[in-house]
Design a protein around this ligand. Structure first.
Ligand code: NAD
Length: 495
């Protein structure tokens, strides 16, 4: 993808200029260079995209396509993502500052999501339901909803878009995507690839732009049948209210403040690696960041030493460099937010064991040092609120009951890590933690096959696996009277 070009919306199978005639710049956070400018979407652009998606939904070329053939299109799209993986990974790394290695890893596994839903496309079916009258047949069908709106954040643009797009198309819907204003490029490229794969024009549309200007009109569009959102809890709450007011469904994948718990029977070296992976990978800009670390008092000092030592040795630099371990935060406000949280922590009484400084990484970018906070507790805002940066709060605990209480004492419930060699404890604690994903002796594992769901303020609805198909279909119950005789007493219900 060449840099510093002008990107248009993608509507009805082709690029579309913005109604306003306005564009906004997207910047490389590692060095502040402008990469490209993208169309600044508004309600008129959203309307054009939703109308196109609705036409495509009703077009026999899509509506009457067999489920197996829908699967073929998804498979072909997966192949095209694989063929373009390097270009896409590089483009995402430039846009959001995540390590090229990391984005390459994501793009290498991304085709699997399309292949998974390709295989599932012709396994979506209803049931035949028993009735009390054998002459009456009752069956259900699982139908697509119509036009699905997908609004996504900047931290893993294609992966998080795919978690919505692949199952939505698999179930026979059409889609309008509003990507983050910080990462428009690869989602637009994905829409082009969808056309190349054979999806009809209008099946996949992209309107770029800002949340209030382009995202909100999408949520509010009267022809939208469903909204699927990944982003912050504050925005998710607004979107859920708008969707509820119009009685359309919403799937929400929101923020987190996940606990990573190290018991005294754990392999502490492995646990320390898991803690580092949980909070410093991707510079902490993941919803599942293990930002609250609880270490049993017997291993607290050792864990702290290992994590701090590793944090100090993390190589900060250009995300495109294969040896870099920590890239920049995705944009200036994000870096400033992280810095102000660490300052807040200091004022709340936290001690900064390592890190605690913004840096330009020698490149003029928005970097922040890997940071370890101690002398912290669950009453502090740095422990309660999502920072979305490389900042770990590490706390000691004494008993299993105590750490479960502390871990669950949060508004969030996205994920949790448990480090232990005791099998019984692993299952016991996994059962009692209030989070949709639990990792034992690992962290950040994810697959298209495994459903995930945020508990509490971390979300509503399921993504991935077969379960998510329910989010993109509605159930119809059909009753057929096979008796051709006279219809009996109209005042008595029959079944
Ligand atoms: P954000 O909520 O600021 O923005 C997300 C998207 O919503 C963007 O496309 C934005 O333009 C749009 N938006 C903003 N205001 C809107 C409005 N009023 N109406 C409609 N759309 C609007 O989130 P972000 O800063 O881009 O992403 C970081 C957040 O995402 C973090 O909280 C993180 O935990 C969360 N996240 C969650 C998951 C998950 O699977 N649970 C995954 C990744 C990120």
């Amino acid at each position: 993808m060449s840099e510093r070009k002008t990107l248009q919306h993608f509507i009805d199978g082709k690029p579309a200029e913005p109604d306003s005639g306005q564009y906004f710049a997207s910047t490389n956070p590692a060095n502040r260079e402008v990469l490209y400018e993208a169309a600044r979407g508004n309600a008129a652009d959203v309307d054009a995209a939703v109308r196109s998606a609705r036409r495509a939904f009703e077009d026999p070329r899509w509506r009457d396509l067999s489920q197996t053939k829908r699967g073929h299109l998804l498979r072909r799209l997966g192949d095209l993502v694989a063929e373009n993986a390097e270009e896409l990974a590089r483009s995402e790394s430039l846009d959001n500052g995540k390590l090229l290695r990391e984005m390459r890893g994501q793009l290498t596994t991304l085709p699997e999501y399309y292949y998974y839903y390709a295989g599932l496309a012709d396994k979506i079916n209803g049931d035949t339901i028993p009735t009390s009258d054998r002459r009456v047949l009752n069956y259900t069908t699982r139908e697509p909803l119509g036009v699905v709106g997908a609004i996504t954040p900047w931290n893993s643009p294609l992966t998080l878009t795919t978690s919505k797009l692949a199952p939505a198309l698999c179930a026979g819907n059409t889609v309008v995507i509003k990507p983050s204003e910080y990462t428009s490029a690869t989602v637009l490229r994905l829409a082009e690839l969808a056309i190349e794969a054979g999806f009809p024009p209008g099946a996949v549309n992209v309107v770029t732009g800002f949340g209030v200007e382009a995202g909100q009109p999408l949520v509010d569009h009267p022809a939208l049948a469903k909204i699927s959102f990944t982003g912050s809890t504050a925005t998710g709450s607004r979107i859920a209210s708008s969707a509820a007011g119009r009685f359309i469904g919403s799937t929400l994948e929101l923020g987190g403040k996940s606990p990573n718990i190290v018991f005294d029977d754990a392999d502490v070296a492995n646990a320390a690696t898991g803690v580092v992976a949980g909070i410093f990978a991707a510079a902490g800009q993941t919803c599942i960041a293990g930002s609250r670390v609880f270490a049993h008092r017997a291993v607290y000092d050792e864990l702290l030493e290992r994590v701090t030592e590793r944090a100090r040795s993390i190589r900060i630099g250009d995300p495109l460099d294969e040896t870099t371990e920590l890239g920049p935060l995705a944009f200036e406000d994000q870096r400033d937010k992280v810095a102000s949280y660490v300052d807040l922590g200091r004022s709340e009484g936290a001690r900064v064991l390592t890190g605690g400084q913004a840096t330009d990484g020698g490149l003029g970018g928005y970097f922040y040092e890997p940071t370890v906070l101690v002398d912290v507790n669950n009453d502090m805002r740095v422990v309660r609120e999502e920072i979305f940066g490389p900042v770990a709060a590490i706390m000691p605990f004494d008993t299993e009951d105590e750490v479960i209480r502390l871990a669950n004492d949060t508004e969030y419930g996205l994920a949790a890590g448990v480090w232990t060699s005791n099998l019984a404890r692993a299952h016991r604690v996994a059962g009692r933690l209030e989070a949709g994903t639990i990792w034992v002796n690992t962290y950040r594992a994810m697959s298209p096959m495994s459903p995930r769901q945020g508990f509490k303020s971390s979300g509503v609805g399921v993504e991935h696996g077969t379960e998510t198909i329910r989010e993109y279909t509605r159930l119809k119950s059909v009753w057929i009277n096979t008796d051709e005789g006279p219809v009996p007493d109209p005042f008595v219900l029959r079944s």
